[in-house]
Ligand binder design. Structure first.
Ligand SMILES: [Zn+2]
Length: 213
């Protein structure tokens, strides 16, 4: 693992588990000391996280963790995802190639292998979730859909909001069953089942978010 990757993973899990709270300043010097590395890889990791909209840069204080999503933003996000992602899943079920199906299987194995509930594991689940939804968007064969979903950068934001709400410690387990259904339908090349599984998943996910914010 490179120093940038190490810094990225460290910061990601701090952000996802709100050890760095929304809006909080990120002290680059103390993160560097903590990891025993220089500031350069930390800055590079932060610019990656900025592209993923988890942090933002301000002129005087450097980087801050992004503010939480507002209820309106959550509503708009799920309205769009519900329009686009079930359709993308149906198309993906028809047209994914062998390589993409193998990647799906790998994501399922990755998700199954994360059994502990550490903070690092939580960030990894979020990452696997992002990969799954990205793969479906790509598998749809529709570039505009892929770009649209990519641009939302929804997954880390969603997982961060859910982590903040300790009333739902089992949210990752519930999502795991929903993801299993989606992956099974895609592997079976069943467009109707894939469409339905993604719609169900997004509706459940929206309900979890409604309770969290
Ligand atoms: Zn998901």
């Amino acid at each position: 693992m490179t120093l940038v990757e190490r810094a990225y993973r460290h910061l990601l899990s701090m952000l996802m588990t709100v050890k760095i709270a929304p809006g909080e300043r990120i002290p680059i010097d103390s993160v560097a000391r903590q990891l025993g590395i220089s500031q350069t890889p930390i800055r590079e990791a932060l610019s990656q996280l900025e592209a993923e909209k988890l942090v933002y840069k301000t002129t005087n204080v450097g980087y801050r963790a992004s503010p939480p999503m507002t209820p309106e933003e959550v509503q708009d996000l799920y309205a769009l995802r519900l329009l686009v992602e079930p359709y993308a899943a149906a198309r993906a079920a028809e047209s994914m190639d062998e390589q993409e199906l193998a990647a799906l299987q790998a994501i399922q194995e990755k998700m199954d292998s994360i059994v502990d509930r550490s903070e690092q594991a939580y960030a990894e689940i979020a990452d696997a979730d992002a990969q799954l939804h990205r793969l479906i968007a790509h598998g749809s064969g529709n570039r505009l859909i892929e770009e649209t979903i990519e641009r939302l950068h929804a997954h880390f934001q969603i997982f961060r909001s859910l982590y903040q709400n300790s009333a739902q410690p089992n949210a990752p387990d519930a999502a795991a069953d929903e993801h299993r259904r989606i992956i099974a339908a895609l592997l079976a090349r069943d467009p109707a089942a894939a469409e339905e599984a993604v719609r169900e998943h997004l509706m459940h996910s929206r309900r979890r978010m409604d309770r969290a914010i």
